[in-house]
Design a protein around this ligand. Sequence first.
Ligand SMILES: [Zn+2]
Length: 277
Amino acid sequence: MTPTKGIEDIFRVHVLGVGNYYSEFHSTVSFVVQAGGRFILVEAPCELPKKTREYREIVGAVYPGEHDVPLLDGISADNIDDLVVTHVHGDHAAGLELIAWYKMFTQHPRIMDIEGNPSNRELRPRLYGTRDVLCDLERSMEPSLSNRTGLYFNDFFSPEIVEPGSPVNIGEVVIEVMPNHHNVPGFALRVGYRGRKLSYSGDTRFDAGLVGFLSEADVMIHDCDGNSAVHTSPEQLKAWLDSSDYKGRLYVCHLADSFKPEDHGLTPLPENDFIDV
Ligand SMILES: [Zn+2]
């Protein structure tokens, strides 16, 4: 008899969006990693409260058994306090401003009061990234977050620097990063939990070293947006897959509407559904 898996063994990717910035059909790429009862948002979509409510409704209707998707209610802006954003482009980072306002003034009024009382700073969401990406994010949001509020980026977020070769723990979850190759600073990541690993390329042109880092994972999510100058083409990914001995599952994301991964022998990341690692 196989032992029943408990909630703590769940290592799941709840996919909120899979499209590129121009899509008429998909939300931009983002997903929530569930590790037991912990939820980590990767990339910050605009309208996170609406997006997560839609996700819960769609997934709840497809899997109506109450034990099919344990803790589905956890996929909500209120419940997400660990964030990973891989680079400053709007289709990955624009939702951070909403999260900043939401946590500060709606969910926890207020993490830090307007007189500068630093009470409740432990309630700030933790934002993980490399130093250069966190600097880009701070600079991009500075006029909006700071103007007339007397507050700064660090009042809204607890920035958590993760550098290559220095893994960081979020509870039992281990985050490792590697710089990727886009037209702004960015990074790819591996997420480990209880002996299994997930990896995600971020936006990147194809790179053999990077794909080697990513392929040390049971589930791999890779950019596949065609333009090989700043993204990865399906031909590049398929050629790598056919020549590698990768035994895990590869999903592609950052999808253009005109692109059908299946036509290239690739598997699209499923939007508004989840995959188990
Ligand atoms: Zn980008």
